[in-house]
Design a protein around this ligand. Structure first.
Ligand code: ADP
Length: 465
């Protein structure tokens, strides 16, 4: 199957928790899907973003920018149990290897199942057997299973944007077998990195007796599951153009006024414990400690808008970052120099592109990350004649593809410091060579490649359905 708009192609129906309706550029998943759906047309089913005191089973159908949306409301209890609870206090921490932060509450799982069933009902009502249902992310492990249990036959694919952890970690979720049965009800499961695929393959073989048929296919009972390695990309050429837009130039001029002659080291992340922000700040402190000659010569600017700030851990992280940046600036700063600038706010995509372009070093050091689109955006935004250098965590999915970055262990503060120093001292020819290889890679495996590569997996799945 190809995925153009020809009459023979099935209609694509995306399902995700948040849609791009009303804010087409909010976050990695929304960016990826709005680019994809605007190009292919189709229906996007998701949460309306509205919360009501009591459950109300309303589905709003609206069109925006060539995409049809079916938007589902949630009650306060559903939002707390499904979204804040199971999705973000169980699955998010465990899948990012933070078992210590998981809150295993059986009420959360009940809410998770109820929302998955409710979304499955909407999919059943608003789609036909000819449609292709593409479900996004950890909020909906169980959706295909509910569809199939209700006798609703659809071709379904699932893409997991976050990591799939080692089986030993996944098994610690009390409901792991139910979640796995849910995942295995899809025809196609797409994962971000070879590491994720190896973890998932080992888990389903060890735990539910899946039989490996070839590199991608597994038999589970009478069902064949295609497991596709499918790293998500960005609109690399489009992002590259954004970096020289008016808004980009304005933002970069504003920051350049503050920088003066100093080199910019930039970090851009949602404020999340998976992003390794305290470790990154500590790494910069080591740099300032070891290399006094850099004092006054560089500025580290971290942009990190709060996310899910109602969850306790995020509030703690915010406090930790406030304290760390205060301490480091107190220890190393001077009358005319602030070593770390930390901005807890978001910027428009074009503005961000301009800031990336200005930065000599892009510091992307998550402790665990499904992909990390910031790494790709940073590369896309560079000036080919005078590109900056990407320092990238080995634990970002992007490290699989972006091997010409300076790859480091984000837990190793010395390694972070040394990589930043190497990047700052890197000769132009080497910067250009590394950048060219990285840029060619993100153009080759861009957002369109991602969509086509995922959907092409249904070709091999054809006939099994
Ligand atoms: P995650 O999906 O875990 O947040 P990614 O790096 O994959 O991480 O995607 C983050 C997306 O959010 C990127 O597209 C990035 O441009 C955007 N983003 C991150 N920080 C900001 C910010 N301060 N302002 C605006 N957009 C941001």
């Amino acid at each position: 199957m190809t995925n153009n708009n020809s009459e023979s192609s099935p209609r694509l129906v995306a399902v995700s928790n948040r849609t791009a309706y009303g804010s087409p550029r909010a976050g990695g998943l929304a960016v990826a899907l709005s680019d994809t759906l605007a190009e292919t047309g189709g229906l996007w089913i998701g949460w309306s973003g509205k919360i009501f005191d009591v459950p109300r089973r309303r589905v709003l159908n609206v069109d925006e920018d060539g995409v049809s949306f079916a938007l589902i409301d949630m009650s306060k209890a559903e939002y707390e149990g499904f979204y804040l609870g199971y999705a973000n206090s169980v699955l998010w921490p465990v899948m990012h290897n933070r078992l210590d932060l998981a809150v295993f509450d059986s009420d959360y799982f009940a809410a998770y199942k109820a929302i998955n069933r409710q979304f499955a009902d909407v999919v059943a009502a608003q789609t036909t057997q000819d449609d292709l249902i593409w479900v996004q992310d950890y909020h909906f492990f169980l959706l295909a299973k509910f569809l199939k249990d209700a006798g609703c036959n659809r071709r379904t694919g699932f893409f997991l944007h976050i990591p799939f952890p080692a089986p030993e970690v996944f098994r610690s979720i009390p409901d792991h077998l139910t979640l796995a049965a849910g995942l295995c009800a899809y025809e196609v499961v797409g994962l971000q990195s070879s590491h994720d695929c190896a973890n998932f393959a080992r888990y389903i073989q060890e735990e539910i007796g899946a039989e490996k048929l070839d590199d991608e296919r597994f038999r589970i009972g009478d069902h064949i599951l295609t497991l596709r390695l499918c790293p998500i990309g960005i609109d690399a050429e489009g992002f590259s153009l954004s970096a020289t837009s008016q808004a980009a130039n304005d933002a970069s001029r504003k920051l350049a006024r503050f920088l003066g002659e100093r080199d910019l080291v930039i970090g851009v992340d949602r404020m999340d414990y998976s992003k390794g922000l305290p470790q990154r700040f500590e790494g910069m402190a080591v740099l300032f400690d070891k290399y006094p000659d850099l004092h006054g010569k560089i500025s580290f600017t971290q942009i990190a808008p709060p996310s899910r700030s109602v969850v306790e851990e995020y509030a703690q992280l915010r406090q930790q970052l406030d304290e760390l940046s205060g301490r480091i600036n107190g220890d190393y700063g001077d009358l005319d120099w602030i070593p770390i600038r930390y901005l807890a706010r978001g910027y428009e995509r074009d503005e961000l592109a301009g800031l990336y372009r200005l930065a000599r070093v892009g510091l992307v050091t998550p402790l665990q990350d499904g992909m990390n689109l910031v790494a790709k955006e940073y590369i896309a935004a560079q000036d080919p004649d005078d590109p900056g250098v990407l320092v990238l965590s080995q634990f970002a999915g992007a490290a699989d593809q972006m091997t010409d970055a300076l790859i480091i262990n984000p837990h190793d503060r010395n390694a972070v410091a040394e990589a930043v120093r190497t990047a700052l001292n890197m000769p132009l020819a080497e910067r250009q060579r590394r950048w060219r290889a990285l840029y060619d890679g993100i153009c080759r495996q861009d957002i369109n490649w991602w969509r086509e590569h995922f959907l092409a997996a249904f070709d091999t799945a054809e006939g099994q359905y």
